[in-house]
Structures are given as structure tokens and as C-alpha cells.
Design a protein around this ligand. Structure first.
Ligand SMILES: [Zn+2]
Length: 55
């Protein structure tokens, strides 16, 4: 189950949303559950960057 971490630009809070890849690809508009803003930014690469050392 893929989970996506988002950072809200409006209220500066972070939240996680569970989506399938298809749902994520189709629904680009993610709303912040705290303030309802759509000014959200996806946090990517943090976990994968640490574990993708092998080439
Ligand atoms: Zn927010």
C-alpha cells in the first residue's frame, strides 16, 4: 500500500495520504485535511534516498 507524504504550503502541516498509484495519477488535487487548502506539496525521496545506495 503506497503512502504519500504531503506538506501543506498554507498551514505548514504535514499529512499522509494512502492512495493507489492509479488514484494518485488521476487525482492531482490533494486537499490538506487540516485547512482544506490545495496548496500542498508532495514530500518525496526521503525514505528512498536512504535505501537506494546500491547501484
Ligand atoms: Zn493545510
Amino acid at each position: 500500500m503506497p503512502d504519500y507524504e504531503y506538506h501543506c504550503e498554507a498551514c505548514k502541516k504535514e499529512f499522509t495520504i494512502w492512495q493507489t498509484f492509479q488514484e494518485h495519477d488521476r487525482s492531482q488535487r490533494v486537499k490538506c485535511p487540516h485547512c482544506g487548502s490545495q496548496r500542498v506539496r508532495r514530500e518525496i525521496g526521503l525514505v528512498f534516498a536512504k535505501t537506494s545506495k546500491k547501484s
